[in-house]
Design a protein around this ligand. Structure first.
Ligand code: NAD
Length: 246
């Protein structure tokens, strides 16, 4: 199962965390994986992780960068929009620039890459688009995540719209909604709260399963959605959260 031999994938924000784990999972399943990020210092580890991974610099906020990416990769079968940013705080603590940036990176960037890659997918007759949302979105009201939740709910709307428009033309478009997952940026956010261990304990306490998720566990869902085994699912919210919303 989950044989991606002959398929080509592009992942945004593949330098670390869930994007990195997903690049490895897709490459191990036989895909040619373009693993892109703005942080080029991650490329050596990506190359070392699997021979099927080709990293290159792609800033998803930049139209010209995305255009250059399509020229470099040619048509792809799998597009995983993983780039995203987390702002903490309530609506009253959210300056307009934070909301604008969250919308740019969590919604508009996926709009940009899908517009760039979808025409060639349609020409090929199919493709799987996977967008990174979060449980903190239209799925669940999470305290202190105003800009994040508003924008990640936008990711879900974008996903459903694309799915509905192209379902008859071989395109599947799904959203992934993780709970809390281990990643370098999660550690940064825990450290930023002052007491790392206390902040980590509080995050674990809100997980009914008693631990934080592993990037590889999210990557397994990405692999499924990328594969032909998922041919009957599109436009869906795939929650993977250790029972947080159970
Ligand atoms: P992360 O936040 O640690 O890494 C993010 C990566 O994005 C970095 O490598 C960074 O260089 C890259 N990046 C930032 N701006 C970029 C840009 N403009 N263009 C291209 N790349 C850029 O990774 P993570 O925590 O695994 O999060 C990945 C995605 O998963 C995000 O969309 C996040 O919102 C979502 N998510 C994470 C969690 C979690 O708990 N970690 C939970 C739910 C959803």
């Amino acid at each position: 199962a989950f044989d991606l031999t002959g398929k080509t994938a592009l992942i945004t924000a593949a330098g670390q965390g869930i994007g990195f784990a997903s690049a490895v999972a897709l490459a191990e399943a036989g895909a040619k994986v373009f693993a892109t990020d703005i942080n080029e210092s991650t490329f050596a580890a990506l190359k070392e992780a699997h021979a099927g991974i080709e990293p290159f610099r792609l800033n998803v906020l930049d139209d010209a960068d995305v255009q250059r990416a399509t020229e470099r990769t040619g048509p792809i079968d799998i597009l995983f929009n993983c780039a995203g940013v987390v702002h903490n705080g309530t609506i009253l603590e959210c300056p307009p620039e934070d909301l604008a940036f969250a919308l740019q990176l969590n919604v508009t960037a996926a709009y940009r890459t899908i517009r760039a890659y979808l025409p060639a997918m349609l020409e090929k007759g199919g493709g799987s688009i996977i967008n990174m949302s979060s449980v903190a979105s239209s799925v669940k009201g999470v305290p202190n995540r105003f800009a994040y939740s508003a924008s990640k709910a936008g990711t879900i709307g974008l996903t459903k719209s694309v799915a509905a428009d192209y379902v008859s033309r071989g395109i599947r478009c799904n959203a992934i909604c993780p709970g809390t997952v281990q990643s370098p940026s999660l550690d940064d956010r825990l450290r930023a709260q002052g007491d790392y261990e206390a902040a980590r304990k509080a995050f674990i306490a809100r997980q009914p399963i008693g631990r934080i998720g592993k990037p590889e566990e999210i990557a397994a869902l990405v692999l499924y959605l990328a594969s032909d085994e998922a041919a009957y699912t599109t436009g869906q919210i795939h929650v993977i959260d250790g029972g947080w919303t159970a």
